[in-house]
Design a protein. Structure first.
Length: 367
């Protein structure tokens, strides 16, 4: 097995010992990528015992592929005669476990697997290990950082193409098409979320997507894009002014840039997530717009476009560590007469200072 993945399994076992978990069951795609490096396979589960080597369970057709790529002992099942749940249970018994404490990802274990485990191991304690996975994934190694830099370069190309495409009379979908094509040409494996190109009053929507609406003179266009490379994400958001948008909208965007700069300056190892939020929030408060400002300004970024550790938020107590990657700022000010101008970047936390992985001009773009 590759030493990189050995280190990841060892990190998982250390946290398992702290949480008194005997076995981790992994079948969420994000964590499968993290523990195997495989981005192109489904119907796969990894079992990580605290005191024995991990193993893989997959469809019989994929057994040799998984074994060769991961170095794990891999066991297959013949569907529909066999299934993932039954084979997972066989392997748990083969480890000699009778009533283990099993940890798994809260939202990603299917009912059929859970139900089968519950019937065979009625006295077993099942525990939500989601936080364990997010904490392990929070610190990026050099390989992960390389992948995220590549994703950042691809999303920057997409943003450049999107900005060029913004014109009066062009639809939001047409702008998005140019961005998506540019990112794919630059090596992206696809967007990690539904990308956004929204204009005018639609910028007030919290999670909008591009539509057939035509961009009009005097409107703000918000572009939120993401790219992936070998399963790892980068994302960014920029705002474009089409014609004269008025001083209020322009000033609000410039305010967000200053708030982001304050947050980036505070993003150092040892700082708290609440301290970073406070640095940005003070800029917004001084401008009298805090009541329009959200309570969360960023998340960790990695295999998932929004990891749930760390969460950069008001009064947050989590510590920032060297090797983390976070996004700053989220869409943060929504005001009816202003809209929702936005700026977002992915930033690597290093001892020498923060590194923007999404290197693209941050000033308001005027068209």
């Amino acid at each position: 097995m590759d030493s990189l993945f050995e280190r990841r399994y060892s990190a998982a076992r250390r946290l398992m010992a702290q949480l008194d978990i005997d076995l981790l069951l992994v079948n969420n795609r994000e964590n499968l990528i993290y523990f195997t490096g495989l981005t192109d396979i489904e119907c796969l589960a990894i079992l990580i015992p605290r005191e024995a080597p991990p193993c893989a369970v997959t469809l019989w057709l994929d057994v040799e592929f998984v074994r060769q790529k991961t170095g794990l002992d891999t066991y297959g099942y013949f569907f529909p005669k066999g299934n993932l749940a039954a084979t997972v249970i066989e392997r748990i018994k083969a480890y000699g476990m009778e009533q283990p404490t099993i940890g798994f990802e809260r939202y990603f274990v299917g009912f059929s697997v859970y139900d089968a485990l519950r019937q065979v191991f009625p006295e077993t304690k099942f525990t939500n290990a989601s936080d364990l996975f997010y904490r392990i994934r929070a610190i990026k190694d050099s390989t992960e950082l390389h992948y995220m830099r590549q994703a950042g370069a691809a999303v920057a190309k997409g943003m450049e193409a999107a900005v060029r495409a913004v014109e009066r009379g062009v639809t939001e979908l047409e702008v998005l098409a140019e961005a998506e094509y540019a990112m794919l040409k630059s090596g992206s494996g696809g967007s990690p979320f539904r990308p956004q190109v929204v204009s005018g009053e639609r910028t007030l929507l919290t999670h909008p997507c591009a539509g057939e609406k035509k961009i009009q003179d005097g409107e703000v266009v918000v572009i939120h894009l993401g790219a992936t490379y070998n399963g790892y994400c980068a994302k960014m958001c920029r705002t474009v002014a089409v014609g004269e948008i008025g001083n209020g909208k322009r000033a609000t965007y410039e305010l967000l840039v200053r708030a982001q700069e304050a947050a980036i300056k505070a993003l150092v190892p040892g700082s708290t997530t609440g301290g970073i939020d406070a640095a940005a929030r003070e800029v917004i408060r001084a401008a009298g717009l805090e009541k329009y400002y959200l309570d969360v300004i960023g998340y960790g970024v990695g295999i998932r476009q929004s990891e749930f550790y760390p969460i950069l938020c008001r009064n947050g107590t989590d510590k920032i560590e060297t090797g983390m990657v976070v996004d700053l700022l989220l869409p943060t000010i929504y005001k009816p007469d202003i809209g929702g101008p936005r700026i977002t970047d992915c930033i690597y936390v290093d001892t020498t200072g923060p590194e923007l992985l999404t290197d693209c001009p941050r000033q308001l773009v005027q068209k």
